[in-house]
Design a protein. Structure first.
Length: 843
């Protein structure tokens, strides 16, 4: 055994003994339930770098994810400077509601326990969110974070042990780089930075947590990429991996002190943001629809009724939401509908509920309940009872044909609904494909309008029409085409420009009219009248309102605010305008009465952000094809895929990147070796696999595979048995539906001890399990014949029924047997006691 290995093991044992003292070998889990509403029949396909798992009608999603991930694999690993040596497992869920049923990570404590070593799992869970554009970002983000974790914490036992004690990084450092690699810089990120500059509220990165930490980290890594070059991202990560500290990593990689680095980061954004703020004004407001929003609630949609007297909107937090209706005249608001549940530490669908007025008094609400999508229409005029008010539901329908609904709108007559949705239970080739659909209430009939892999979002009817619609889409051409078997989807991340289109089936059922043709995102179309269309555009780098005249075919900008307009609605009768903006790191809804929609911002007054200029420099031309050949496009995209290299085993004499020497010269030398090795691996991956077709194997049935989750080794103190050494282990299958726990404690008298074993099955609506405990005590007195051995054996059943993710009812029948034996008196009889019982609890 060499000195390095000896020191590693010695450090591990010492920390195991003294970091924590515990007298428990099991902990009650509070508020950590998952409710399974259906059974998942998993299958998987295999690619050179991934095993992609799917279920039910998720075949198309798995094929799409395989091509996207393999296509982007080299780029992501090149930025991070890290090449994994094993296939990563990707578990795809057809919806966020399905993901919420997963048991993965449900019993992670979220705290660091001395002596606890978590085994790294090279697997991630990704939910389809309703359109391919967001799904691509989600895949890249989750993959990037997994690779960063594997890089920083290691995938072998030695690295995991060392990282559990020495590798503690701030949230901004890990989550921020994954977010940046996945998405790059965006208009919303620019908005957050301008808000900090405008309010002079620069948050210290190490004090931030949650979403705020991700945003700050994203901005820091973008600063590194723009100021120091993308290649220095991998340099910082590798240096931080060696020193086990992000501050030291930044100092060694960039040669600057951490405090100066933070000052440079602030100045990098402050100067251009201040110039932009000088030329623009804050968004005005007649009425603020909500308070100070200290809880960080989410607002996703605002709709004004046809008469312009009421505004409906939703507030949500952690998956639980309320739908409000606010009277503009009285400024009073009331809750018309409640739904959802508190999803603690879970991904939630922030795009729901969706709202649209059917007429002046009836409000349509699309929401999800137990994985099922419903449309309910409520009358906004309540019926008064003695002690409460009730809002009558005038219509309800379940949309079991759809997997997600991402937008809808009622026609003026209230009988037709246009929906942006993706279907399920139809064809494996169409699942996960966002399209437009027409639903007629009177006929109870759904008809598809589009049928291709482009995302069609935010549909609205044209005034006085029951068939013509406007919508936002990333489609390249103006022809409507049908998905074929060769169409795998738009997995090229560079084709994510959204423009406004109009579909008039009475003129042509096979073509759409392109309204805008710009680089960036144009979305959320609304009509002032038959001739004028208002929409959101990020052409200037800030989401502003633009107006398009259908007769003159001319667009003008009508707002020039410092903040992004996140979403909006308008009413032409009283020129009402309701919108959502960011202020002091929180979102606030505003209402403006008598807004001047005839405003035209002069071209010389329009200010573009630095990001907008950079985007034009990097994409000087935007190529739009009037007609696109699906087969040719797919063939081209497929040929551009680079197949990554086969698993690479590191040599024994490769430098140990976890040698804890913090001398600057040593760190620099080790960093250079690491970067050289990683660059060699990345170059081999690219050269070896250029111009090769991606080969996908499978599908194969999923079979449970056991793996270790964690090991806990710590010191235990017992008042009778004195000191003991405790070892607990936990294993589970990949989905964590089957969990096996076991452990033992050996005390210093070398005769006493504990042992337990437990099995749980968590894949169904109810959870079952069994547990066995054995405890042994040796009690010695000074008098003769008083050395006794006491043994307790306990068998317990576990039956639990989760009511919500925070509440469950459990029943535990048990049988206990105790045996007391006199060791020094062989003629003494054993004292045996048997008893049984039942324990019930609501936790």
């Amino acid at each position: 055994m060499n000195l390095q290995s000896f020191l590693t093991i010695f450090l591990f044992i010492i920390c195991s003994f003294f970091n924590s003292i515990s007298a428990q070998n099991t902990l009650e889990k509070f508020g950590k339930n998952r409710i399974q509403y259906k059974k998942f029949e998993w299958k998987y396909i295999s690619t050179p770098n991934f095993e992609i798992y799917f279920y039910d009608y998720g075949v198309r999603l798995s094929q799409f994810a395989a091509r996207l991930l393999e296509n982007d694999f080299n780029e992501i690993t090149d930025i991070l400077g890290f090449q994994p040596t094993k296939r990563s497992r990707i578990f795809l869920y057809n919806s966020i509601a399905d993901l919420q049923q997963s048991n993965m990570g449900v019993h992670d404590d979220g705290i660091v326990v001395g002596g606890l070593t978590d085994f790294f799992k090279a697997q991630i869970e990704v939910a389809f969110t309703g359109n391919e554009t967001e799904f691509k970002k989600e895949l890249r983000k989750r993959l990037s974070f997994m690779l960063v974790r594997e890089m920083m914490f290691g995938a072998n036992l030695k690295d995991m042990i060392q990282s559990s004690y020495l590798g503690k990084y701030n949230e901004w450092f890990l989550f921020g780089v994954a977010d940046f690699v996945a998405e790059g810089w965006s208009a919303n990120m620019d908005d957050y930075v301008r808000d900090m500059v405008r309010k002079k509220r620069w948050r210290k990165p190490h004090l931030a947590s949650g979403k705020e930490a991700i945003i700050l980290g994203h901005s820091i890594w973008n600063f590194v990429a723009e100021k120091h070059g993308k290649n220095n991202i991998s340099s910082i990560l590798n240096a931080a991996r060696i020193t086990r500290n992000e501050r030291s990593g930044i100092g060694y990689a960039l040669g600057v002190d951490y405090s100066n680095f933070i000052d440079d980061w602030e100045n990098f954004y402050s100067v251009p943001a201040a110039e932009t703020l000088k030329k623009l004004g804050d968004a005005p407001s007649t009425l603020k629809l909500s308070g100070k929003n200290r809880r960080g609630k989410t607002y996703n949609q605002f709709v004004i009724n046809p008469e312009g007297t009421k505004v409906a909107y939703s507030e949500s937090k952690n998956g639980k939401f309320k739908v409000f209706i606010q009277n503009i005249g009285s400024k009073k608001r009331k809750v018309i509908f409640r739904g959802g549940y508190n999803a603690v530490n879970q991904r939630v669908d922030e795009d729901l509920p969706l709202l649209s007025w059917r007429n002046n008094t009836d409000l349509g609400i699309i929401y999800q309940k137990k994985t099922r999508l419903f449309l309910s229409v409520y009358n906004s005029v309540p019926k008064n009872y003695i002690v409460f008010k009730k809002y009558n539901r005038t219509y309800q329908r379940e949309f079991d044909y759809f997997n997600h609904i991402r937008g809808f709108d009622f026609s003026d007559d209230g009988d037709n609904i246009v929906l942006s949705a993706d279907r399920k239970q139809d064809s494996e080739l169409k699942m996960g494909q966002n399209d437009l659909f027409m639903f007629t209430i009177r006929e109870n009939n759904i008809k598809p309008i589009t049928d291709d892999y482009f995302d069609d979002l935010a549909p609205v009817f044209l005034p006085n029409s029951t068939t013509a619609i406007a919508f936002s889409s990333n489609r390249l051409g103006d022809s409507l085409q049908t998905v074929t078997r060769i169409t795998q989807g738009n997995f090229n991340k560079d084709v994510d420009n959204f423009n406004i289109f109009i579909y008039r089936p009475k003129q042509s059922k096979n073509t759409v009219q392109r309204i805008t043709n710009t680089l960036g995102i144009n979305t959320n179309p609304k009509f002032l009248d038959n001739k004028n269309l208002v929409y959101l555009s990020e052409e200037t780098g800030i989401y502003q309102l633009k107006k398009y005249n259908l007769d003159e075919k001319k667009d003008v900008q009508i707002t020039n605010y410092t903040q992004n307009i996140r979403t909006f609605d308008l009413n032409p009768k009283n020129n009402a305008f309701v919108y959502l903006t960011l202020n002091k790191r929180r979102l606030y809804p505003h209402y403006i009465k008598d807004f001047d929609f005839k405003t035209e911002i002069p071209k010389e007054a329009i200010t573009k952000t630095e990001r907008a200029y950079l985007r034009l420099q990097r994409h000087p031309t935007l190529r739009i094809e009037n007609e696109i050949n699906p087969k040719k496009t797919i063939d081209t995209l497929t040929k551009s895929i680079e197949k990554p290299i086969v698993e690479t085993q590191f040599e024994k004499d490769e430098i140990d990147t976890d040698n804890y020497s913090f001398d600057e010269s040593i760190v620099k030398k080790e960093q250079d070796v690491i970067e050289k090795k990683q660059n060699e691996l990345l170059e081999i991956a690219k050269k070896t696999n250029q111009n090769t077709e991606l080969k996908i194997k499978g599908s194969f049935d999923y079979t449970p595979k056991a793996r270790f989750e964690n090991v806990l080794m710590t010191l235990q103190i017992d008042p009778i048995r004195r000191f003991g050494f405790q070892v607990n282990m936990s294993t589970a299958d990949l989905l964590e539906n089957h969990k096996i726990k076991g452990g033992f404690t050996y005390f210093s008298d070398f005769r006493s001890g504990n042992f337990f074993g437990e099995y749980q099955y968590l894949a169904k609506r109810y959870d079952v399990g069994a547990r066995f405990d054995r405890k042994t005590f040796f009690i010695s007195q000074e008098e003769p014949f008083l050395v006794q051995k006491y043994t307790l054996n306990r068998i317990q059943g576990i039956f639990s029924y989760p009511i919500t993710n925070l509440l469950r009812a459990s029943v535990h029948p048990f049988y206990v047997n105790t045996i007391t034996t006199s060791i020094d008196n062989p003629f003494a009889s054993q004292n045996k006691v048997h008893y049984a019982g039942l324990r019930a609890e609501l936790v």
